[in-house]
Design a protein. Structure first.
Ligand SMILES: C[S@@+](CC[C@H](N)C(=O)[O-])C[C@H]1O[C@@H](n2cnc3c(N)ncnc32)[C@H](O)[C@@H]1O
Length: 228
């Protein structure tokens, strides 16, 4: 338990995408450091801290009380966004989970398709699959960032538009906004993906599996690396 939660760079980066005056719902809040930070700093008007498990909900309650935020943050033990409808969030944060679980939580709730609701997502794995699913279901990626916190993490901000679309392999892998903005960590991020794709390529070659897709991706990534 901490009185003043100092956010790690990963959560601080996600917090930066939350809009001023937001009613923020943190799904999978665990310790609730993110909603505490957002409410104490005045960025969020109020927050709903959700978690499916009892331990995290208890931890969240304790930390919220210790930080004097009991009037601003409500804890809800629930699966994803179930029961968050009355809170009517403007911003929904889902950090620290796998990309596929994040997608499942998003598509299970009508809240995420409400006009103007911003989703702030930080997948630990399967970011390309998350992007692909978002685009196929009519969500649009409005912003993205890279942040170093030991390893490099990606943060994605998305909103529902109803327009279904798709991304190229390289856009799925690096993120369309990251690809356009080319932030500070971009070169290192590309190098990491080249190494990963080379491993996949080798494994496929050894097993006689066609690997044109990886070959094309690696050459695109190599070219991008040379540009920065
Ligand atoms: C690794 S922690 C991440 C905590 C925090 N969001 C962060 O990024 O540091 C994942 C949390 O998500 C919760 N969780 C997992 N599945 C969930 C679901 N379907 N709905 C709500 N919470 C869930 C877990 O109980 C756990 O507290």
């Amino acid at each position: 338990m901490k009185k003043k939660p100092i956010l790690d760079p990963r959560l601080l980066c996600a917090a930066g995408f939350v809009r001023q005056g937001a009613r923020v719902c943190d799904v999978g809040c665990d310790h609730a450091y993110l909603p505490i930070f957002l409410c104490k700093s005045g960025r969020a008007e109020k927050a709903l801290a959700c978690d499916i498990n009892e331990g995290p909900c208890r931890r969240a309650e304790e930390n919220i009380k210790l930080n004097g935020c009991a009037g601003l943050i409500t804890v809800l033990r629930t699966d994803g966004l179930c029961g968050a409808e009355n809170f009517d969030p403007t911003d929904v944060v889902i950090c620290g989970m796998g990309g596929e679980l994040i997608a499942k939580i998003i598509f299970a709730s009508p809240i995420t398709r409400k006009k103007g609701v911003r989703l702030i997502l930080q997948p630990m794995t399967k970011a390309p699959a998350l992007r692909d699913a978002l685009m196929a279901r009519g969500f649009s990626i409005v912003d993205e960032a890279l942040v170093r916190d030991g390893r490099i993490y990606q943060v994605i901000a998305a909103e529902f538009t109803g327009r279904r679309s798709s991304l190229s392999d390289v856009e799925l892998l690096l993120g369309p906004v990251i690809l356009e903005k080319r932030p500070e960590l971009f070169r290192e991020f590309v190098e990491k993906h080249i190494a990963e794709q080379k491993k996949i390529l080798l494994a496929k070659k050894l097993n006689g599996i066609p690997c044109e897709r990886e070959e094309k991706l690696i050459s695109t990534l190599e070219a991008l690396k040379e540009e920065v």
